[in-house]
Design a protein around this ligand. Structure first.
Ligand code: ZN
Length: 272
C-alpha cells in the first residue's frame, strides 16, 4: 500500500465497536443507537464513515464543554485586567441586595449596550458616599465582561499615581485606557487637586472624549457644583463629563447605614 492508500483506508474505515452490525443497505450500524456509521459518497458506492447519533451527541457535548471552559477563561482574564480591586468581581446583578432603586438603569445600560457604544453615551452617577454608585457601575462592568466585552474600572488616585511627572509611557498609558470599549472612573473628584493633577485628569477625560467611546463616572460632587465650576481648569473637565455622561442621582438611605441597621437588628434578635 502506498502512503496515500494508507491514509485513504484510515479515513474510509469506520471505528467498529462490539454490537455494531451491517444493515440491509450494506452500511455499518451502531449497536447502541441503531443509526448508520457510514454513508455512500458517490455513484460508485464508496463508503465513508460518519458519526452515528450517539457519537455525534458525544462530540457536541465535548464541543459545548470546551466552549464553556474557553468562555470562563476569557471572562476571568478580562476581570483580572479590568478591575483594580478583586472585590469588584463580585459586584454583580446576581449579588445585588435590591435596595438600590436606580438599579434598573444599570440593566437598561447593559441591555442597550450597542446603542450606548454607537452613540457614545455614559452615566454620571452622583450622590453622597455609600449610596451604591460604585456597586451600580461594577454591575454594568461585570455584565458586559460576561459578554466578553473589555471594561476597565479604575480611579484617578491610581491613574495619577501611575502618571507621575517624568513617566515616559504617559501617552501609551492613556491610549490604553481609551482603548477599552467602556471606561469606568470610580470616585471622581477625591484625587489631589493640584495643577499637575488637574492637567492629567483633563488629558484622560479629553482623550476618552476624542476616542468617541463611552465613559461612566461615579462622584460625590453634587451635579450643581459640576454645572457651576469654580474656575476654568475645572470647567473644561466638567464640561466634557457632562457632554459624555447622563447624570443619575443617587440619594436616600445609604447602603452602609442599612447594613449597620441590619446588623443591629440581628444583634437584637440574638440577645432576645
Ligand atoms: Zn451510536
Amino acid at each position: 500500500m502506498t502512503d496515500f492508500e494508507k491514509i485513504l483506508k484510515r479515513i474510509t474505515t469506520p471505528q467498529v465497536n462490539p454490537g455494531d452490525y451491517a444493515g440491509a443497505d450494506g452500511l455499518l450500524y451502531c449497536g447502541k443507537c441503531h443509526t448508520a456509521k457510514q454513508f455512500r459518497m458517490d455513484a460508485q458506492g464508496h463508503l465513508f464513515p460518519r458519526p452515528c447519533q450517539c457519537e455525534q451527541e458525544r462530540i457536541d457535548r465535548e464541543l459545548a464543554e470546551q466552549e464553556v471552559r474557553r468562555h470562563q477563561q476569557a471572562v476571568a482574564d478580562l476581570k483580572r485586567w479590568g478591575f483594580t480591586d478583586p472585590a469588584m468581581r463580585k459586584w454583580t446583578f446576581a449579588n445585588d441586595n435590591g435596595k438600590c432603586r436606580q438599579m434598573k438603569r444599570a440593566h437598561f445600560y447593559v441591555e442597550h449596550w450597542n446603542i450606548m457604544q454607537d452613540e457614545n453615551i455614559g452615566y454620571l452617577l452622583w450622590g453622597s458616599v455609600g449610596t451604591g454608585k460604585s456597586y451600580f457601575a461594577g454591575c454594568i462592568a461585570n455584565a458586559l465582561i460576561e459578554m466578553e466585552i473589555p471594561v476597565r474600572m479604575t480611579n484617578f488616585a491610581l491613574i495619577l499615581n501611575d502618571l507621575t511627572a517624568g513617566f515616559e509611557g504617559r501617552n501609551d498609558y492613556i491610549a490604553n485606557l481609551c482603548r477599552a470599549p467602556l471606561l469606568i472612573i470610580d470616585d471622581f473628584g477625591v484625587e489631589r487637586d493640584t495643577g499637575y493633577g488637574l492637567e492629567q485628569v483633563y488629558n484622560v477625560i479629553d482623550s476618552r472624549y476624542r476616542s468617541r467611546r463611552p465613559l461612566i463616572v461615579t462622584t460625590n460632587i453634587p451635579l450643581h457644583d459640576l454645572q457651576h465650576p469654580q474656575d476654568t481648569a475645572h470647567a473644561r473637565i466638567y464640561d466634557r463629563l457632562l457632554e459624555m455622561c447622563a447624570p443619575i442621582r443617587f440619594s436616600g438611605e445609604t447602603f452602609r447605614k442599612a447594613t449597620a441597621q441590619d446588623k443591629l437588628a440581628r444583634l437584637k434578635n440574638l440577645m432576645n
